[in-house]
Design a protein. Structure first.
Length: 130
């Protein structure tokens, strides 16, 4: 994994620009750019393959775009009325002993380790008082 972070706007102390690249165990490469100081509020994910690409948002109700074989398809799925409700319900079900939540302490620790690796250098060398 390679990563860079910076505070470019100076509006607060934390990083507002983060870029990272990584390789999954399968050998597939991934990358991300996260800018919280941009001129507009937009967010999207793009998966690029040998036969096409898929572009979608995880935070906005915009159509999914599928491009393959020289054609582009727009798939409007909208957002459910309570987008987080199904996951929250798994917490409630597990607490009530009638189900299992897919989010565990182990999965949370894995996420925290990835974030710590991505932001580690910035937080130890660039933040005041580090």
């Amino acid at each position: 994994m390679r990563a860079l972070a910076a505070n470019v706007a100076g509006a607060y102390k934390a990083e507002d620009l983060v870029t990272a690249s990584w390789r999954f165990a399968s050998g597939i490469h991934g990358s991300g750019a996260f800018c919280y100081a941009g001129d507009r509020d937009e967010e999207w994910n793009e998966i690029v393959g040998t036969k096409g690409r898929l572009r979608f948002s995880t935070t906005r109700a915009v159509p999914i775009e599928l491009e393959r074989g020289g054609t582009r398809e727009s798939i409007d799925i909208g957002d459910p009325p309570h987008v987080h409700q199904p996951l929250i319900q798994t917490f409630v079900d597990e607490l009530n002993g009638v189900g299992a939540c897919p989010s565990t302490g182990e999965s949370a620790a894995r996420t925290t380790r990835a974030i710590d690796r991505i932001l580690g250098e910035y937080r130890t060398t660039c933040l005041p008082g580090s």
